[in-house]
Design a protein around this ligand. Sequence first.
Ligand code: AMP
Length: 221
Amino acid sequence: MELIFLGYPGSGKGTQASFLSEKYDIPQISTGDILRDAVAKQTPLGLEAKKIMDRGELVPDKVVVGLIEERLKQDDAKKGFILDGFPRTTRQAQELDRILLNSNRRILCVLSLEVSRSRIIKRLTSRRVCSQCKKVFNLIFDPPPENGICPGCGGEGTIIQRPDDTEETVIHRMEVYEAQTRPLKGYYDAQGKLVSIDGSLSIQKVRDEIVRKLAEFKADS
Ligand code: AMP
């Protein structure tokens, strides 16, 4: 099963992709995570990407397409994958179609999580993440422990605010999404693959809705 998540940063793509990854035993592939790993390892790509990411801009298409092409060749992605944060431009979507066509595969469906701008600002500015194990917290509804020790990996002082989760950068990232990524809804709608989901509901309700719509979709295709 080959799936794509679309939606503003903070719309819940990562959370839902991680759930589906376990449920269907297929990898969740996040270009944001791949890039953040490169930043943490201070590779030449990471050093270059960091400046762009901290500003909330998009890393060049050529770079992310190259990363995805390599990642999709790995064994665990052969039986399917869930893309979280890719594609983000029409060019990336076209390149993905090309990569998949070359290996005789195709996207089953594109899940677009719909959440209002004001809710995204609230969610992202209160988001905290463990820089070590990537566990996500939220100051409002799922605060990190006061002792500063991550319950996911035991890391001390590893729970941070992502540099691109400040209000100014969040607003800019939403504008980048509207200009560059939102047009992909039309791209996939024209292919009959777009499914819109209300992403403002609880994590559990969004999850149930995705599973229900995916079942309908699989039955139809
Ligand atoms: P994310 O964790 O998906 O919000 O990604 C964090 C940042 O990584 C984005 O703001 C971009 O700077 C960069 N990035 C992630 N995925 C892509 C992509 N598909 N195309 C371009 N830049 C990306």
